[in-house]
Ligand binder design. Sequence first.
Ligand code: HEM
Length: 302
Amino acid sequence: MNDTVKPASPAPAGTPAGHTPYSDWLQTDVLHSLQHPVSDHPGEHAWIVSAQVSELYWMLIIKEIQAAQAQLRADDLTGACRTLRRVVAHHEPLNATWRSIAWMTPVDLLAILSCVGPKYGKDTALQGWTYRQMVYLLGIKQGEHLQHFLPQPRRWEQLSKALAEPSLYDDVLAHLGRKGFAVPAVVLDRDFSVPYTPDKAVENVWRDVYANPDEHRELQQLGETLADIAEGFSAWKHLHLMATRRTFGARPAYFGTEGIAWLMPTMNEIPFPELWSARGFIGDPPAVCPHARGQGNARAAE
Ligand code: HEM
């Protein structure tokens, strides 16, 4: 031992033997015991860490959204916006995890995956319950994904509950209804377990929220925060699709169908639909793109 390094002083009262307050609080020993590569590929550790970090962020986002829902139910709009800003922030490091495995070629990926199957069986990320719960909370309710959790009864129950409960968007619409906006009862009292059908009256609500920049400022801030969250989520899906293209190409995936063809339609699953569609009607004058208008004028002047 280096002479300048003194023997460890006893841990502060309350700290278990063999720990420092830091290791005890952050559970670093447990955390660093959770990576078990199955191949001898030098990049598998990066893959595992990247996926585990994503798992942690998905759970973090779930907890934040649930907190924001409680705040919305108490009509604490300021608190809900503050909580949801954190969700926007979490998407940055979550999406950056793709950089950690961007070096992968098809040969790298197959070297790893060819060892996963024999040890663990046929796997798909669709078996990941944190992602599915987050997606349900964002309002994309597809009950068919529950089939993957039949071997995990606790998770199946947890996800069935999340499917049947209001999403973040449902709580936003309920809050808008209590604020006096004309959110139809058929939207507020619907069966939350079935996929949401966009509604013209809800589109009009968002149009009215945004109509005057000086009115409903806090609701506009809520709308922009939701738009940021939808963008962060969609950006993750785009990065995932591109990583699949780079490493997997058009091979058949879990369902035997081409993986990219399976993923492509999910790119259109953008949360909070009328918040987006209403943008075609916000602003004065509406309906015509200023560029198109300019072109038309130029032609008229010729
Ligand atoms: C770069 C290598 C990857 C490839 C080739 C790939 C491929 C696929 C494919 C083909 C699917 C469709 C379902 C299936 O057939 O399994 C899928 C779904 C999915 N993957 Fe990946 N994946 C990769 C990496 C990852 C990583 C690192 C994560 C996150 C930790 C991840 C998370 C997901 C999730 C959450 C879904 C479900 C998407 C949805 O429901 O819209 N994937 N992946």
